[in-house]
Design a protein around this ligand. Structure first.
Ligand code: NAP
Length: 243
């Protein structure tokens, strides 16, 4: 059992983040989730997580706002005194063809999906370095590895997260801090519910179905807490879409 161990999952109130938080709770981790605005979904998730007999709390803050992040992470550290696992998962899409992409769409995605990892990870790593242990998993995407039409902003942010993952793994390994990334393919969540051409994507996926949030959570739990000698890796969870 991990009675006192704490995992933080950003964007943990819905979709993939909710599944990750639930999976880590099922392994005995106390849970802090973060979310942006949907308090009803966050409260519902907290109630579900508590069924695993762990503590669970939701913190509402915008991961793209450094001041808000620092204030809230400081509160979490003061309250719990340790952070064993950090999952940088919060993310958004603002898709458009590059030729039509506005600076607003570019910046919203870079700030929320990439700069957020800098803001959240910085204070967490300071604590993990003192603890001399910790495990970080960043949620990137197959789009960050291979690119995608209409997602120049998103693929740039997700590719940035991969570089961030590998560099931190090299910097922090000597302190017993592992840093990995999970790269989901097409996962059935609110983010993908309006996707056109699902049938076209299914033709490309070897397993002939979209992934579930739980499929990704399994991989995150493996990287975060079931492995000891894996760091700097990007695990693609895409049903064999790209082999
Ligand atoms: P989702 O269902 O739209 O959930 C997004 C979560 O992020 C929610 O909890 C949301 O909080 C939170 N969030 C969004 N912006 C935030 C902000 N500025 N500050 C704090 N929290 C914020 O998305 P998902 O499909 O689960 O995606 C989760 C992660 O997986 C993302 O990084 C996404 O890029 C990545 N991913 C998804 C897929 C896919 O096919 N779904 C594929 C590859 C990678 P609220 O509920 O308050 O809005």
């Amino acid at each position: 059992m991990n009675e006192n161990k704490l995992a933080i999952v950003t964007g943990g109130s819905r979709g993939i983040g909710k599944a990750i938080a639930t999976k880590l709770a099922s392994a005995g981790y106390n849970i802090v989730i973060n979310y942006a605005g949907n308090t009803e979904a966050a409260n519902q998730t907290i109630e579900e997580i508590k069924k695993f007999n762990v503590t669970a709390e939701a913190y509402k803050f915008d991961v793209s706002n450094q001041a808000e992040v620092e204030e809230n992470i400081a509160k979490i550290i003061e309250k719990y005194g340790r952070i064993d696992v950090l999952v940088n998962n919060a993310g958004i899409t603002r898709d458009d063809l590059f030729i039509r992409m506005t600076e607003d769409k570019w910046s919203a995605v870079i700030n929320t999906n990439l700069n957020s990892a800098f803001y959240v990870t910085k204070p967490v790593v300071k604590l993990m370095m003192k603890q001399r242990f910790g495990s970080i998993v960043n949620t990137t995407s197959v789009v960050g590895v291979y690119g995608n039409v209409g997602q120049a902003n998103y693929s740039a942010a997700k590719a940035g997260l991969i570089g961030f993952t590998k560099s931190l793994a090299k910097e922090l390994g000597a302190r017993n801090i592992r840093v990995n990334a999970v790269a989901p393919g097409f996962i059935a969540t609110d983010m993908t519910k309006d996707l056109a051409n699902i049938d076209e994507y299914l033709k490309l996926i070897s397993l002939k179905r979209l992934g579930t949030a739980d499929d990704v959570a399994q991989a995150v739990k493996f990287l975060a807490v079931d492995s000891d000698y894996i760091t700097g890796q990007v695990l693609e969870v895409d049903g064999g879409m790209i082999i």
